[in-house]
Design a protein around this ligand. Structure first.
Ligand code: ATP
Length: 661
C-alpha cells in the first residue's frame, strides 16, 4: 500500500526491545468492514449509518440536550439562509437605478431582516454551544462504557490476542471521536442549510453559476479527504509503535520499576530508546506533512483555475448581455458566500469522515467483542458434585508460535472436599491446568466434567462462582486494604465482620492493623496517602481475598512463596483446616514438603501427568513411575542438608528450602 510507505524502516530500538517491527503492513485494511478497502464510495454509503449510530449514542446519553442541539443548529442554518437571501435583497435594491434615499428606503425591510436573523442566529448558536457542551462528555462516557462493558466480559483468550488489542487501541480513540462527531454533525447541518440557500440564490440568478460553484470547491474536498485517509492509514500502521513508545516513557516514571531504574542506571538506556522510537514516529509525521503539503498545493492550483473560469464565465455573461451589472454584483457576493459555505461544509464533512473512521473501529471492536463474549447461558452445574474430572485434556495457548501444547492428554480427578496437589518443574503446565479448571480457557480436546456436566456447556457464571483463586501473579489492586479483600466478592455488601474474619484467617490482620490508616489505607504508591506493603504482606491479603470469596473450590498457586517460614506453616495448616470443613483445595507449589498432607499429588512434566499418588506412595523407591517426585524431593532435602547450618543464620532460597517437619 502506497500510504504505508516507510512502514518497514525498523529502528534498532524496536528490534532490540520488542524483537522486530511494531508496524502493520496494511493487512488489517483487508479485514471485514475496513473503510479503506472500499474507498470513497463506501464512505458515502456508510457515513449515514455511522452518523446514525452516533446520534443514537447521543440519544441514549441525553435526549433533551440532543433535541436542543438539533433545533438550535437547524434554526441557525435557516437563520443564515434567510439572512443570505435578505443580504442579496439589500444588494439588489441598492444596485437598482434611482435616488439613493429611495433605494435605501426600499432596502430597509431587508436590512431589518438581516439584523433580526443575525440576532436570532447568535442566540441559537449559544443555545447549540450549551447543548453540545452538555452532550459531548456524556456521549464520550456512553461510548466508552459500551466497549468497556463488553471487553470486561470477553474470553481471556481474546484479551491476550494481539489483533484484539490493536482494535482496543483504536477503539479508545473511537469514543473520543464519537464525542467530537456531535459537534461536526451540528456544524454540517448548519453549513448544509446555508449552502442550500446560497445555491438557491445562485440558481435564481443564473443556472450556470451552480456547477461553477461546485467546481471551485471540488479540489479542496478531494485534498481534505485524501489527507484524512492517509492520516488514518498511518495511525493504524503505527498504533503499536506509538503504544510501545508511550510504554518506555511510562516505565521511566513507574513506581514498581523505580528502584531498578535507579540502582541499575536504566534511566539513560530507556531514554535513549524512547528518543529513537519517538524520532522514528516523527519521521512518519514529517512524511505525512510533506505529502499533505503537496496534495494541498495541487488542490489550490485546481481551485485557482476553477475560480478564474467562474469569473471568466461571469465576464462572458456580462459581455454578451445575458446578465445585468446589478445581477452580476449580487452573483459575485453569492458566489463568495456560497463557496465559503461549501468550503465549510466540505471541511466539516471531512472532519466527520475522519472521526467516523475511528467510530467505525469502535463499532468493529464492539462486534468483535460480542463474537468473543463469554456465553451468558449454559447448563447449570449440579448443586452437589462428587468431583471435577479432567478427561484426556489437551490445550494449546492461542497464538503459540511453535504450536506446542501446554497440556497433553491430561486426566486427573479433583474429589470434593479433598486436597489435590500439582507439582512439577517450571513451565510443566500446573498454572495452565488451574486456569482450565477455573473456566478461563476451554480444552482443545478432552473434557472437564463437573459431576456430569461438561464445563464447555456449563453456565460459566455458575462455574466462576464456585472457584476462588490465589494466582501466582494475583492482582494487587491499587485501592484500599478493605477493597483489596472485599473485591473477592465485589457484589456482596461490605460486611466488616466477614472482612476481619478473612484477614485473621490469612494472618493479614496484623498487617492491616499496622497500616497508617488501617483498613482505609490506600495500597498504591504515587497517590495521596498511598502506602507500600511488602510482598509477603500482599500475599496474606491475596489469601484473605480468596478466603473472603468463600467458594467451593480454592485454587492456590504458590501461596507462600513470599512468606516467612512461620507464616508459611500457618497458611498450610489453615488450608488443611479448610479441606476438613469440606472445601476442595487445589494446591500448586514447588515446596514439596507442603504437599505431604495432600490426598493426591499429580506430578506434571512437559504438559503431561507423569506420576500420581499420595506422598508416601510417590516417595517409595520402587514406585512404578519415573520417580520424578522422589528425586525432586531428595534434591530439596540434600540442599537443606548442605545449607542446614548456614540456614540458621541466613535466609534460604524459598524454593529449595528443606521441608520443616
Ligand atoms: N498466557 C499464556 N500464553 C501463551 N503461553 C503460555 C501462557 N501461560 C503459560 N504459557 C506457556 O504454557 C506452558 C506452561 O506454563 P504454566 O504457567 O502452566 O507452567 P507452570 O507449571 O505453572 O510453571 P511455573 O512453575 O513456572 O509457574 C509454558 O510453556 C508457558 O510458556
Amino acid at each position: 500500500m502506497k500510504e504505508a510507505a516507510g512502514a518497514q524502516e525498523v529502528s534498532e530500538s524496536e528490534r532490540l526491545l520488542f524483537g522486530g517491527p511494531l508496524r502493520y503492513d496494511g493487512g488489517w485494511s483487508r479485514h471485514d468492514g475496513s473503510f479503506l478497502e472500499l474507498g470513497l464510495r463506501a464512505m458515502v454509503l456508510r457515513m449515514p449509518r455511522l452518523i446514525g449510530s452516533t446520534i443514537r449514542l447521543a440519544h441514549r446519553a441525553d435526549r433533551r440536550a440532543l433535541l436542543q442541539v438539533a433545533v438550535a443548529e437547524a434554526g441557525g442554518g435557516i437563520a443564515q439562509a434567510v439572512g443570505l437571501v435578505a443580504v442579496n435583497r439589500v444588494l439588489a435594491q441598492l444596485l437598482e437605478q434611482g435616488e439613493t434615499t429611495e433605494r435605501l428606503a426600499a432596502a430597509a425591510p431587508a436590512l431589518v431582516a438581516v439584523a433580526v436573523t443575525a440576532v436570532v442566529g447568535a442566540l441559537l448558536k449559544s443555545a447549540s454551544t450549551a447543548g453540545t457542551g452538555r452532550l459531548e462528555p456524556k456521549v464520550f462516557r456512553v461510548a466508552t462504557e459500551e466497549y468497556l462493558e463488553r471487553v470486561a466480559r470477553v474470553e481471556l483468550a481474546a484479551v491476550e490476542d494481539e489483533e484484539f488489542h490493536k482494535l482496543l487501541d483504536s477503539a479508545q480513540w473511537g469514543a473520543e471521536s464519537a464525542r467530537r462527531m456531535i459537534r461536526f454533525c451540528a456544524s454540517v447541518v448548519t453549513a448544509a442549510i446555508a449552502l442550500i440557500a446560497a445555491a438557491g440564490v445562485l440558481t435564481a440568478l443564473h443556472p450556470v453559476l451552480l456547477p461553477l460553484l461546485a467546481m471551485m470547491t471540488l479540489p479542496s474536498a478531494w485534498s481534505a479527504l485524501t489527507i484524512a485517509r492517509r492520516r488514518y492509514v498511518s495511525f493504524h500502521t503505527w498504533v503499536q509503535h506509538a503504544r510501545a513508545g508511550q510504554l518506555l516513557g511510562r516505565l521511566l516514571i513507574d513506581v514498581q520499576a523505580a528502584p531498578e531504574v535507579r540502582v541499575h542506571n536504566i534511566g539513560p538506556f530507556l531514554l535513549k530508546h524512547f528518543r529513537t522510537m519517538a524520532e522514528t514516529g516523527e519521521r512518519e509525521q514529517t512524511r505525512l506533512a510533506s505529502l499533505a503539503a503537496r496534495t494541498g498545493l495541487i488542490a489550490s492550483g485546481w481551485t485557482g483555475l476553477a475560480t478564474v473560469t467562474t469569473y471568466g464565465v461571469l465576464g462572458v455573461l456580462l459581455w454578451t448581455g445575458a446578465m445585468d451589472l446589478a445581477v452580476a454584483g449580487t452573483a459575485v457576493i453569492a458566489i463568495r458566500t456560497g463557496s465559503a459555505n461549501l468550503e465549510s461544509l466540505v471541511v466539516q464533512l471531512n472532519y466527520l469522515y475522519e472521526e467516523s473512521l475511528f467510530v467505525a473501529d469502535l463499532d468493529r471492536l464492539c462486534r468483535e467483542a460480542d463474537r468473543r463474549l463469554i456465553p451468558a447461558t449454559g447448563r447449570p452445574l449440579p448443586r452437589r458434585i462428587d468431583a471435577v474430572r479432567f478427561e484426556n485434556v489437551t490445550f494449546t495457548y492461542p497464538g503459540t508460535v511453535d504450536g506446542r501444547p501446554a497440556l497433553k492428554d491430561v486426566s486427573i480427578t479433583i474429589p470434593t472436599g479433598r486436597i489435590v496437589a500439582l507439582v512439577g518443574s517450571n513451565g510443566s503446565g500446573k498454572s495452565t491446568l488451574a486456569k482450565l479448571l477455573c473456566g478461563l480457557y476451554a480444552p482443545d480436546a478432552g473434557r472437564i466434567l463437573w459431576g456430569d456436566v461438561d464445563a464447555a456447556e456449563a453456565d460459566r457464571a455458575d462455574l466462576f462462582d464456585r472457584v476462588a483463586v490465589v494466582a501466582q501473579d494475583f492482582y494487587r489492586w491499587p485501592f484500599t486494604a478493605r477493597v483489596n479483600i472485599a473485591i473477592g466478592r465485589p457484589e456482596a455488601p461490605y460486611d466488616d465482620d466477614l472482612l476481619h474474619a478473612a484477614a485473621a484467617y490469612a494472618g493479614a490482620d496484623d498487617t492491616v492493623a499496622s497500616l497508617p490508616r488501617g483498613w482505609d489505607t490506600l495500597l498504591a504508591r504515587g497517590y495521596k496517602g498511598g502506602h507500600q506493603i511488602s510482598g509477603g504482606q500482599w500475599q496474606r491479603l491475596g489469601i484473605a481475598r480468596a478466603r473472603h470469596r468463600a467458594a467451593r473450590i480454592l485454587v492456590v498457586d504458590e501461596p507462600t512463596s513470599a512468606l516467612d517460614a512461620e507464616a508459611e506453616q500457618q497458611v498450610f495448616d489453615r488450608i488443611r483446616d479448610l479441606a476438613a470443613e469440606g472445601q476442595t483445595i487445589v494446591l500448586i507449589t514447588h515446596r514439596l514438603h507442603s504437599v505431604r498432607h495432600a490426598d493426591t499429588i499429580y506430578v506434571l512434566e512437559h504438559g503431561r501427568v507423569v506420576e500420581q499418588g499420595t506422598f508416601d506412595e510417590l516417595m517409595r523407591p520402587d514406585t512404578d513411575g519415573p520417580g520424578l517426585f522422589r528425586r525432586m524431593y531428595l534434591v530439596q532435602s540434600e540442599q537443606y542438608r548442605l545449607d542446614g547450618s548456614a540456614a540458621l543464620s541466613a535466609p534460604q532460597d524459598d524454593r529449595t528450602a528443606e521441608p520443616q517437619r
